[in-house]
Design a protein around this ligand. Structure first.
Ligand code: LLP
Length: 424
């Protein structure tokens, strides 16, 4: 459930009309709902009541500090994958001992910063990384808590570009190597194995692949414990899907996911860490954009928006479906089909093809829904389009939580060498 609804004919985020924000802040603009963020976090957390669980929001889904602070106040931890995300999480008030550090290519600098912050654990992705982490921790006179990310070789049955749990993927340590890797950790003086980690993919709409992978890991934990490793928790990763298309069956609810996990864990006395990203933020955000032009093609109508693939890349990258709705509730039931496209010079700059919609005209505002996760964070300045602003709504109030990048700011990053300006 989200808090975007028509109120007196105007699509609103909680009690703020999106039109009001568009007029004040301009378009395109991302708008997030505090109540939705909080609700999603609570519903997800409640699914694990009675289990020793730490919910670490996957910061990659939405790293705006206002969003992180909202979740931190609800008790969220963070799953980070870079020094930038670690810094954001700490600045947003998430304590180090609620932060896990994932990712296949951590640098010594990132390890150093994370150790200094006293993070809960490193999710290690390779044997080479463990050797470096041992050195960095040794230099600092510390012991690094680690979980090995295992690759369970399970097909997540999601889009190939967001599948991570098959042996051909770059993620995790191959199942056959896991034993040897834990044995090596025991030999390394500045590492301590505290858990096991996995993450098989994103936008999963079926529990079966999760169940299969989690069951494998439960067996592994028993094995590792028998070999003397003090495995205290399993990091189950993120990945539970969200509804994007109202016409499609909704993915399993967090409660069903929680029940499945309890079943699989059985009497294994082990804490869990969860890393949901999309589930918390996805349907808590929309991208509000204005229609610039209508153009008649030979056999179709194009609705040209002022937002483009550089602002929201998911449709171009993964053929992802995003619902598109008018900001002013339609006064007619009549529908037509249109392609919603952006101004970028690529055919992939298409948000929706042959989408059924009420008729729109130039100047109308539309909201591209489910854009709160992997939206703003994946934006770029392609075609020299400045980054768009983000707004957080809370009940009747709202604030710009990332200002629109100005053209000056964008251009000021370039430097022209003196041999080209003629002054050198
Ligand atoms: N943990 C790890 C180690 C991850 O790699 C990810 C996502 C998550 C947690 C969070 O997964 P979630 O709960 O959000 O599914 N840009 C793509 C999604 C990439 C996901 C990458 N990893 C998209 O827009 O669909």
């Amino acid at each position: 459930m989200d808090h975007f609804a028509y109120k007196e004919g105007k699509l609103s985020a909680e009690d703020v009309a999106l039109e009001t924000i568009a007029l004040e802040v301009g378009t395109p603009v991302y708008v997030y709902s505090t109540a939705t963020l909080k609700r999603h976090f609570q519903v997800f957390s409640e699914a694990f009541q009675g289990v020793h669980a730490l919910v670490c929001f996957a910061v990659k889904a939405n790293s705006n500090q206002a969003v992180l602070r909202t979740l931190a106040r609800e008790g969220a931890g963070a799953d980070v994958v870079s020094l930038g995300e670690l810094t954001r999480a700490l600045m947003a008030g998430i304590p180090g001992d609620r932060i896990v550090f994932s990712g296949v290519g951590k640098t010594p600098e990132e390890m150093h910063a994370a150790l200094r912050a006293g993070i809960k654990q490193f999710n290690a992705e390779s044997e080479a990384e463990l050797e470096v982490l041992n050195l960095v921790a040794g230099e600092m006179g510390l012991t690094a808590p680690v979980s090995v990310r295992v690759n369970p070789d399970v097909d997540a049955k999601t889009h190939a570009k967001i599948s991570t749990g098959k042996s051909e993927n770059k993620f995790g340590i191959p199942w056959q190597r896991v034993d040897a890797v834990y044995a090596r950790i025991k030999e390394l003086e500045h590492l301590e194995a505290v858990g096991v980690d996995l993450h098989i993919g994103s936008q999963l709409t079926d529990l079966a692949p999760f169940r299969e992978a989690f069951a494998k890991v439960v067996t592994l934990v028993k094995d590792l414990r028998a070999k003397g490793h003090d495995i205290r928790h399993i990091d189950l990763g993120g990945g539970l899907g969200i509804p994007y298309d109202p016409e499609q069956a909704a993915p399993p609810a967090p409660a069903e996911y929680g029940t499945m996990i309890r079943e699989v864990l059985g009497d294994l006395d082990c804490g869990i860490i969860l890393e949901p990203g999309r589930l918390i933020a996805g349907n808590a955000g929309v991208l509000v954009t204005r229609m610039l032009y209508e153009k008649k093609g030979v056999d179709r109508t194009f609705y040209i928006l002022d937002a483009a693939m550089n602002d929201l890349g998911r449709p171009a990258m993964y053929d992802a479906y995003h619902a598109i709705v008018p900001v002013r509730e339609a006064e007619t039931d009549a529908t037509l089909e249109a392609d919603f496209v952006g101004p970028v010079c690529e055919s992939s700059d298409t948000f929706a093809k042959a989408r059924k919609t009420t008729p729109l005209k130039a100047g109308d505002l539309v909201a591209i829904k489910s854009a709160g996760a992997y939206g703003a964070v994946m934006s770029s300045t392609y075609n020299s389009r400045p980054l768009v602003p983000e707004v957080l709504v809370d009940d009747t109030r709202y604030a710009v939580v990332r200002k629109r990048q100005s053209l000056e700011e964008l251009l000021s990053l370039d430097e022209v060498p003196t041999w080209l300006t003629g002054s050198g």
